[in-house]
Write a protein that binds this ligand. Structure first.
Ligand code: UT7
Length: 328
């Protein structure tokens, strides 16, 4: 038995922050942001919204696309880098917001690779027959952890949520292979060090800047351009599929140059690699399911298409899922 995608949905906050807006806020330029990242604009969560609101809306869209009711969902797994609180899990907040009653729910944290990890965890529950319908969400509001005076980071990130519903399949469709990896040795390259047990917000020594996302951009860039092709190659090997047979690659949307470099290394045409970074920026663990939802809604996906979802991010973590698309 395999786990196939039977519903897809996403949700984006309405507020748009353009490169021109950022020119008014920090010493940057539209030209620098475009040429170094490919980003033109991004969405930012409203003051009265929270990450569970984005996640709940994306989830309801995915459940409705699957033709299911909330009560049909047997398990909820949410990946995020910006949990609403340290306790309880954001998954539990979403469980309540979508109107589920006792459905088990938990968070997965694996940096921007979180959705890849969450999907592979969900697949195990379906393959073993433990659960039937699983909601898997990627949701982030990293704008809440950005220092809006730091041009190195504030131009990169946007907010949003994407979700899928997985269900069982007996005909060889769905998730055919997963590849997961991490190296904690790189933990310091991308982190939000404050506000948790190492540096609680109430401690006398608490430094508010520790609450902001901190990134060594060029080192993470180098890591990403190695990790992405490696994950793609590894997952194709695990599924025993040739890269030339892959119809679409949906990479984490962190920087257009990372995607281009990986495409070159893999010798894959860029029209097979999905890219929406210019409109949404880096939405962290939400970027892959949002891009998947956009591809699905474009009507380009056909039954039997092979796709690779591939992520990389804090941890450092990286990984990929290889999926045979089923009409649903
Ligand atoms: O989702 C998690 C994974 N995250 C990523 O994958 C992000 C990976 N890193 C990157 O995408 C790129 O490293 C960045 C987009 C963050 C930076 O691009 P870069 O080409 O690596 O630039 P840099 O950090 O080497 O900086 C080049 C110059 C510096 O000035 P000097 O020292 O050469 O005078 C920066 O101060 O660009 C400057 N700079 C800026 N200038 C205008 C940095 N940010 C900006 C900015 N506007 N926003």
């Amino acid at each position: 038995m395999t786990a196939k995608i039977i519903g897809v949905g996403s949700y984006l906050p309405e507020r748009v922050l353009t490169n021109q807006d950022l020119e008014e806020m920090v010493d940057t330029s539209d030209d620098w942001i475009r040429t170094r990242t490919g980003i033109l604009e991004r969405r930012i969560i409203e003051a009265d919204e929270n990450v569970s609101d984005l996640a709940a809306k994306a989830s309801l869209n995915a459940i409705s696309d699957a033709g299911l009711k909330v009560s049909d969902i047997d398990l909820i797994i949410l990946s995020t880098c910006s949990p609403e609180m340290i306790l309880p899990s954001t998954a539990c907040l979403v469980q309540h917001k979508i109107g589920a009653k006792t459905t088990p729910a938990f968070d997965v944290m694996a940096g921007c690779t979180g959705f890849i990890y969450a999907l592979s965890v969900a697949a195990q529950f379906i393959e073993t027959g433990t659960y039937r319908n699983i909601l898997v969400i990627g949701a982030d509001a990293l704008s809440r952890h950005i220092d809006w005076q730091d041009r190195n980071t504030c131009v990169l990130f946007g907010d949003g949520a994407g979700a899928v519903v997985l269900g069982p399949d007996l005909n060889g469709f769905g998730i055919l292979a997963n590849y997961l990896a991490s190296t904690g040795a790189g933990a310091g390259l991308l982190s939000i060090p404050g506000g948790a047990s190492a540096a609680p917000a109430h401690a006398d020594s608490f430094d508010k800047t520790e609450n902001y996302l901190q990134m060594n951009g060029s080192e993470v860039f180098k890591f990403a351009t190695r990790a992405l092709p490696r994950a793609v190659k590894d997952v194709t090997r695990r599924a025993n599929v040739d890269l030339s047979g892959i119809d679409y690659i949906i990479p984490h949307q962190a920087n257009y140059r990372i995607i281009e470099t990986a495409a070159r290394k893999l010798n894959v045409d860029s029209d097979r690699i999905i890219n929406n970074i210019e409109r949404l920026g880096n939405t962290s663990t939400a970027s892959i399911p949002i891009a998947l939802d956009e591809l699905y809604r474009s009507g380009r996906l056909k039954r039997g298409d092979l796709m690779i979802l591939v992520g990389f991010g804090a941890g450092l973590t990286w990984g990929a899922n290889l999926i045979k698309w089923a009409d649903h």
